[in-house]
Design a binder for this molecule. Sequence first.
Ligand code: ADP
Length: 257
Amino acid sequence: VLFIAFLAFTTLTIFASWKLSQRYMRPVLKAWQQQQDFVNSAAHELKTPLTIIQNKLELLLTKPNAQIKDQYDGVIMALSEIRRLNSLSADMLTLAKAHSNMAVINREPVELSEFINQVIEPYSEIAELDSKQFTTNLMATGIVLIDRQRIHQLLVILLDNALKYTESGQAISLDTMIKNKQLIIMVNDTGRGISDQAKKHVFDRFYREDKSGSRATGGTGLGLTIAQWIVDIHKGKITVEDFKPQGTTFKVVLPIK
Ligand code: ADP
């Protein structure tokens, strides 16, 4: 009897510790794996711009007597890669803070009309310079409690993308409304649209539908990951829809207090 009791006790202890380790270790291992993936992808993303800059600078050294105007194309390319590295590191810092929970949400009363008008002011000008139409339909008014700085950042990401992925002559619009105690923001464009396959991944870190093309547009593949995080901390939802044959809409729904 003693032996059977000992056997049962040991089996139970082993089973309980296995269950406990499953419960507590799995999230730790998952977080560690995600961290590893992030470092791998980040190192990969940094490698190409750094190689381009290194090559261009080494080329300059091989012709020390050449004038800067003779090397213009190389210098311009190196500069644009440096700009890319700059926005990449800013985006990576934002996400690192997001994941370490260092960033807290800072809700404050925001007057919607004044706020949205301030955000979109530069976009009307940029769109005009690019010969794109930019229209707004701002039905949401009043005061809401949101993190002003983060929602500003969210709108900048969506409007920048709308501009980036449309051609001259195409249109961009921003619509806002309040429905069922929710603030709805829609950024629409008549640009190239998003494939069904890409729709599943656009919010993933470093995802870009067209890797080579986004070098020209200066994309980092982190913008929508940050957008998703900003919406998450507001306990809202962000979705993407595309309109065949052309156009994309990003819809953000935020519960308001
Ligand atoms: P990026 O810096 O490359 O724009 P994002 O995370 O902001 O990174 O977007 C990820 C990808 O989603 C983009 O590379 C692009 O393929 C796609 N995308 C985002 N916005 C749009 C849009 N308005 N129209 C078409 N594709 C888009």
